[in-house]
Design a protein around this ligand. Structure first.
Ligand SMILES: *Cc1c(COP(=O)(O)O)cnc(C)c1O
Length: 434
């Protein structure tokens, strides 16, 4: 399959080029030129399929034969190797727990897949590839861990100094090897801007092969469709045919994947785009006008995004028709007070511990779920990643999984830079000379 640029539908690239470049030559985002509709046989088999098998059967339409099918089967089995259970919380709401991977957040899904796809394509080149990624918390750790030790790939993680939690920071600053953490004196939007500027810097690109691992990379967001199918299959087994799904959203890669799954035939009537106080998309759904704004810091910091990079992909999927977008997506912005009260109440009522991101999706469902549907909210991070917020709300400690403890014992190693682009370039150039 070829992938077109959101800036120009006639500008198409092959998979390899799209994955390794991240952005199209005209700076647009890549979109699949067509979206396949899954066969009746797929739906028949779905209840018996593992996550890895679902990954293979749904993603092969986009990634094969560029990656040969037998290899791709192994790749998907290795990438999607951790459990994603649908856990009932109340009678009509369930959590799709996406946080059982190596860094305890859903970004492990996309990052593990992307690292393997890139490793496949870089085997065919001799030059090192430099992966540049901006993180507001969870992307950095998922990408760094996904790529750790992958030959021929060097990873630079840019993050806003002092604006990620200690647990998050430890997960990408303690790894060493081919991973360099860069602390930026600025916000997440600054980090994102720096990364985008680097991708447009022809002089830098002459010296270094740069690529992105943010959800602008199609091999990061597309694999996320896998758990929508898997979650739906589990819901049906638990007696819930008619579902709504609530997606805690920041850059909207996750929701975009769900919408693509829906176009491939996933029978989910509507999605809820649940945001924190960065209400750009809920406002758009209400007013029809898209007005990016500087990001606001919230306890759900992985969603502190003021200009979601995948918004344009959502518009593409619906051919820029507001009414079609509104028919598929409801939106709700949840303020901090409701994040806090939801964590306390759900623990008190159901003995279930939410993280701040999952709490947003949960609350949005309680407000917007249609009466005859079962609500599935995406629980995107393990609550132990946000002890500062969660423990205060449930009035007890959250047990740290062993995986987190071992990160906490590591030593932090970082490079620092201002939010000035030239400073970043010096760090990149010095980091790439070894
Ligand atoms: C990144 C992230 C989100 C937002 O996902 P997008 O694809 O950027 O919308 C939500 N929750 C957590 C825990 C995250 O790390």
């Amino acid at each position: 399959m070829q992938f077109y640029s959101t800036n120009n539908h006639l500008l198409k690239s092959e998979l390899k080029e799209a994955v390794l470049n991240g952005l199209a030559a005209d700076k647009g985002l890549f979109m699949p030129e067509s979206i396949p509709v899954l066969s009746p046989k797929f739906w028949q088999d779905l209840p018996h399929m593992s996550l890895g098998e679902i990954g293979f059967e749904t993603l092969k339409h986009f990634f094969c034969p560029d990656i040969p099918e037998p290899l791709f089967k192994t790749l998907t089995a290795e990438a999607f190797n951790f459990p994603i259970p649908l856990v009932p919380v109340s009678n009509d709401l369930s959590a799709l727990e996406l946080f059982h991977g190596p860094t305890l957040a859903f970004k492990d899904v996309g990052a593990r897949f992307l690292a393997r796809v890139m490793a496949y394509f870089t085997q065919q080149t001799t030059k090192d590839i430099h992966v540049l990624v901006a993180t507001s918390g969870d992307t950095g750790s998922a990408v760094a861990n996904g790529f750790l030790g992958v030959k021929g790939v060097k990873v630079f993680v840019l993050y806003p100094k002092g604006l990620v939690s200690e647990v998050q920071e430890k997960q990408f600053t303690t790894l060493g090897q081919n991973i360099t953490a860069i602390e930026v004196d600025g916000t997440f939007d600054d980090c994102q801007r720096l990364v985008k500027t680097a991708f447009m810097d022809d002089a830098l690109k002459r010296d270094m092969t740069l690529t992105s691992a943010n959800s602008i990379n199609l091999a990061r967001f597309l694999p996320q469709m896998v758990y929508y199918f898997y979650g739906y299959a589990q819901a049906v087994k638990q007696g819930h045919e008619n579902c709504m799904m609530s997606v805690p959203s920041g850059n909207f890669g996750n929701l975009t994947a769900g919408l693509i799954a829906r176009q491939m035939g996933l029978p989910v009537k509507r999605f809820i785009a649940a945001t924190n106080s960065n209400a750009i998309v809920p406002n758009y759904l209400q007013t029809g006008s898209y007005e990016p704004a500087p990001s606001i810091a919230t306890p759900a910091n992985a969603m502190d995004v003021g200009d979601p990079s995948n918004f344009v992909r959502i518009q593409e999927l619906f051919k820029h028709q507001l009414a079609s977008v509104q028919a598929a997506i409801d939106g709700l912005a949840v303020d901090n007070a409701h994040i806090f009260s939801t964590i306390s109440e759900v623990f008190a009522d159901y003995n279930y511990v939410l993280d701040p991101h999952g709490a947003i999706a949960y609350y949005a469902l309680t407000q917007q779920k249609e009466p005859d549907t079962h609500g599935i909210f995406l629980a995107t991070a393990h609550p132990a990643k946000f002890p500062e917020t969660v423990e205060k709300m449930i009035d007890q400690t959250v047990e740290q999984p062993a995986r987190l403890k071992s990160f906490m014992n590591g030593t932090k190693q970082v490079q620092s830079t201002s939010a000035q682009y030239d400073d970043l370039v010096s760090v990149l150039r010095s980091g790439s000379t070894e």
